[in-house]
Design a protein around this ligand. Structure first.
Ligand SMILES: [Zn+2]
Length: 165
């Protein structure tokens, strides 16, 4: 018995700045060179309109070693060890949880990472849920972290933690 499963609709990526269209996501538009402007859109002409179309578009299983490796874009933090721990850099759109005991250096590491993003073409933002911008600045000054392009927002924007325990 043959099962008919709807396949995932085909999509393409459209630059919100210049209208460039490509089949692969990239962190930077190859046309206008803006960052993070490519948005995934469903390819209307690829949506099957009949059951026959659905069955016909079911992909054949492939041996995993025959699948071409897609180029994966990662943002480089400027901190070599952080990039290495993250598998080569930050995947755009991903969320990374950094945990550790108080005083272990989470804030220091993240201030350094955000500052290093600001040195390149990327722009970092340090958003804190528990410190004011003044406290963030004091800490950055004390650590000697240059923050030429590092905007920060403090607790008044992010909101205080609901519970501390
Ligand atoms: Zn573009």
């Amino acid at each position: 018995m043959k099962s008919i499963k709807p396949s995932r609709p085909k999509t393409h990526f459209v630059c919100q700045e210049c209208g460039f269209q490509g089949v692969r996501w990239s962190g930077r538009c190859p046309e206008c060179t803006h960052w993070n402007t490519l948005r995934e859109e469903v390819d209307r002409t690829a949506i099957p309109s009949s059951r026959k179309g659905l069955a016909g578009s079911t992909p054949e299983p492939l041996p995993i070693d025959s699948i071409a490796q897609a180029e994966e874009f990662r943002l480089q933090s400027g901190l070599e060890e952080l990039n290495r721990v993250l598998g080569g850099g930050v995947v755009p759109g991903s969320v990374i949880l950094i945990g550790g005991d108080p005083g272990i250096g989470k804030t220091t590491l993240l201030l350094q990472a955000v500052a290093s993003f600001g040195l390149g073409k990327q722009v970092g933002l340090y958003a804190s849920g528990e410190e004011s911008p003044q406290q963030i600045k004091m800490r950055a000054d004390r650590l000697g972290i240059p923050m030429p392009q590092c905007p920060c927002v403090g607790d008044h924007v992010v909101g205080r933690p609901v519970s501390s325990g």
